[in-house]
Write a protein that binds this ligand. Structure first.
Ligand code: GTP
Length: 336
């Protein structure tokens, strides 16, 4: 979706489930698709280019159609493109051939860079007519997760892009190691909310794929945000040139500046992995801003009272973006 076009209100939310090979995506989903908490969900398993196994592991025997699980959840393997799969689901729902699902969860392949899928969700006109990207959920193996992020760029990208990180295999982990990874993960993505898989299909696990428009979920975690006004801090320089920057803008921003800022950042879209911000605008309202690569979602007006350090915070996770380039972008939004 472009910054200046909003999806329709009734657009069906689409969540991406990503995570490195073996991190527990299929295990989590196979619990959920059998659970009443997922009764209103269509799950698409993206196995493009692979010998498809995941749809079978999730509990769907056939690979050529939409399967209705006993729970009411729909499952299908993505046989063609994401656009085609979503369109087909939408029109079958409209014709009453399948139940009226209220959300879609797409499981990506373990080596996938989720960004192109997210771009398709927002930028493809036919998809954006009926659907809206609602968030990326990334599973992280509590035992091997940190090693994997250090070793594999794909894993680091999947973590960097997440809105929510789900720690799996916590049953295999001792308390100290679990605490270690919980403390370490914010360095790789300071804005993502961190949750533990509960290992039982529950409303709590289904809510990993629920709308996250509360301030605590859209706000960068306060640990990553400088308390002092106007502070600019270079975050952690991670591996593979992935860096997180946290900025703070004190004064209300005009929509003209905002538009200019978005255009500027879109020129750096290949470098921009993820951006989250909560900005006071000069119309007197406060908005949550989300972007993945080139794709800026329409600003979401927040109705809850929000104070510093969340108010005015901008977190950028980027790859091969210099400090000077990041600062130049902020200067456009809020000249010093
Ligand atoms: N003990 C334990 N094992 C788990 C858990 N989650 C996943 N596993 C195991 O880890 C292995 C990989 O899990 P999958 O769910 O297939 O992982 P995936 O992310 O779908 O893997 P890919 O399809 O390769 O991307 C399987 O043997 C699972 O049984 C967990 O919470 N606890």
């Amino acid at each position: 979706m472009a910054s200046n076009s909003s999806p329709p209100d009734e657009a069906i939310p689409v969540y991406l489930l990503t995570g490195f090979l073996g991190s527990g995506k299929t295990t989590l989903l196979s619990r959920l698709v059998r659970s009443a908490a997922f009764a209103d969900t269509a799950v698409i398993i993206n196995e493009f280019g692979q010998v498809g196994l995941d749809h079978v592991l999730v509990g769907q025997a056939r690979d050529d159609d939409v399967v209705l699980m006993d729970s009411g959840c729909l499952c299908c393997a993505m046989s063609t493109s994401l656009q085609d799969s979503l369109e087909t689901l939408y029109y079958r729902r409209l014709r009453g051939e399948i139940p009226r699902f209220a959300r879609v969860v797409i499981e990506t392949s373990g080596l996938a860079d989720p960004a192109p899928l997210i771009t398709t969700l927002g930028a493809d006109v036919s998809v954006a007519r009926h659907y809206r990207f609602a968030g990326a959920v990334t599973t992280v193996d509590a035992v091997h997760g940190l090693q994997t992020i250090d070793r594999y760029r794909e894993a680091a990208t999947q973590v960097a892009i997440a809105d929510r990180l789900i720690l799996t295999k916590t049953d295999l982990c001792d308390t100290v190691s679990l605490l270690n990874i919980q403390q370490a993960l914010p360095a790789y993505n300071p804005t993502a909310a961190l949750r533990l898989a509960t290992l039982t299909a529950s409303q709590g696990e289904a809510d990993f794929f629920a709308d996250w428009t509360t301030p605590s979920s859209v706000a960068p975690d306060s640990a990553g945000v400088p308390a002092s006004a106007s502070a600019l801090r270079l975050g952690h320089v991670l591996r593979y040139g992935i860096t997180s920057f946290t900025f703070h803008v004190d004064t209300p921003v005009s929509w003209t500046r905002y538009a200019k800022w978005v255009r500027h950042l879109q020129q750096h879209g290949d470098a921009l992995l993820r951006l989250k911000a909560i900005l006071a605008m000069d119309d007197g309202e406060v908005y949550a801003i989300h972007a993945v690569r080139h794709l800026f979602s329409p600003p979401q007006r927040l109705t809850q009272p929000i104070a510093a350090p969340q108010l005015g915070a901008i977190v950028i996770i980027a790859q091969d973006l210099s400090r000077e380039e990041a600062e130049a972008a902020i200067e456009i939004l809020s000249p010093s």
